[in-house]
Design a protein around this ligand. Structure first.
Ligand code: AMP
Ligand code: MG
Length: 377
């Protein structure tokens, strides 16, 4: 595909540079180019110019120099550039007020990249810097990995689309829009299958059909232990559940398995749990299916501003507000951490990782924090 639109995609093959970069010896500065060995001490005669994109066509003789601008080609007959601040020009006469060392201010041909050198690797996910490099060496198109097909749906019957009036007992479907937004930049081909029917047979038919057309079925809700949580049961019939329930908070009712040829990942239904498990588990899985490895997110230590309550037994990721104080980073919990309360994300800019063996942590304790920006693609 075109390099211009390949940001975020995963390369299917290594890319070697088709050119040297720079493609010719070029000047690093604005000044004058000359041959050091042939320079008559400190005075030179200006015989022309090499401007970026407009090389000097001739060859320099002893005692001659040319005006040169940054990025312009240095003629083979020159080997040194004096910066314009270190000389005085009077008509065609140039006097060096400071003589640079031989070879100064010239970027050799291929000094950045030589022809054939690897500029990007198979499995690499292209970011803006990679695109810059590919463009600089003139690579106009790249072969990329086919995006995995992902079917997204919500499973819970009490859900309504935002905008529709709520009937008794109904709530809005927050998770599907959250997941869609979180996946927007990922190299996956997403199909939004909406809110699945409540009827078991219809649900089984819909999941079975989706499984034939996608690489991954991604759901939220319907995999806990409630009577109506029959998604798991249906997946067991279509394939199998290999993993159910994690010792993680939020995110305990998570299911992973296979439905026919497709993988199945069932995220918990509570919106906070959905988002946290998406970030920690679904996103790395999606990137793996897309042909690349997710880098572990950067984390660092910050001081707790107040006591953090935690009972040993489960690893927990609380939402936190991280700020930089006079003596380093400090973090506070963003209010009540119930897994149904999206309010815990408002103002939050990190996850606080609490180890499973930790109990209540006193104010001042150093805890591990992961900036949310590290996790959001
Ligand atoms: P479940 O895992 O199906 O038992 O769902 C747990 C909680 O999450 C229930 O209170 C559901 O109403 C809620 N929930 C499930 N799916 C969604 C969704 N798509 N948007 C908002 N809340 C949801
Ligand atoms: Mg339920």
């Amino acid at each position: 595909m075109s390099t211009a639109t390949a940001k975020g995609r995963v390369l299917a093959a290594d890319v070697a540079s088709p050119v040297d970069l720079p493609p010719f010896p070029s000047s690093a500065m604005d000044g004058y180019a000359y041959a050091d060995a042939a320079a008559a001490d400190k005075s030179l005669r200006v015989v022309g110019a090499s401007l970026a994109g407009h090389p000097y066509p001739g060859a320099l003789n002893a005692g001659e120099c040319i005006r040169i601008t940054t990025g312009a080609e240095v003629p083979r007959s020159a080997d040194t550039v004096v910066i314009q601040e270190n000389c005085e020009r009077d008509g065609d006469n140039l006097t060096l007020t400071e003589r640079p060392t031989a070879g100064a201010n010239i970027r050799a041909q291929g000094h950045d990249v030589t022809t054939g050198a690897l500029v990007a690797r198979a499995g690499q996910r292209l970011n803006a810097f990679d695109i810059a490099w590919l463009a600089a060496v003139g690579v106009e198109s790249v072969s990329v990995v086919v995006r995995p097909k992902v079917a997204l749906f919500s499973t819970v019957d009490e859900l309504k689309e935002p905008g529709a009036p709520l009937q008794a007992g109904e709530i809005y479907d927050a998770n599907r829009l959250a997941l869609k937004s979180l996946m927007a930049n990922l190299p996956v081909a997403l199909t939004d299958l909406g809110i699945l029917p409540d009827d078991r047979d219809a649900l089984e038919a819909a999941l079975g059909q989706a499984a034939t057309e996608h690489d991954l079925l991604l759901t939220s809700g319907g995999v806990s232990v409630g009577d109506a949580d029959y998604v798991k049961e249906i997946i067991e019939r279509l394939g199998h559940i290999g993993l159910w329930r994690l010792n993680l908070k939020p995110g305990k009712p998570l299911a992973f398995g296979r439905a026919g040829q497709a993988l199945f990942l069932g995220l918990p239904g509570n919106p906070v749990s959905t988002i946290v498990t998406y970030l920690l588990i679904a996103q790395p899985l999606l990137l793996k299916l897309a042909g690349t490895e997710a880098e572990p997110p950067f984390s660092f230590k910050a001081r707790l501003a107040a006591e953090l309550r935690h009972n040993p037994g489960r690893e927990e990721y609380q939402r936190g507000i991280l700020s930089r104080g006079a003596d380093g980073y400090q973090v506070s919990v963003s209010g009540d951490q119930s897994s149904n309360r999206l309010a815990t994300f408002s103002g939050a800019n990190c996850l606080i990782r609490i180890r499973k063996e930790d109990g209540h942590l006193a104010a001042g304790t150093n805890v591990e924090v992961i900036p949310l920006k590290e996790l959001i693609d």
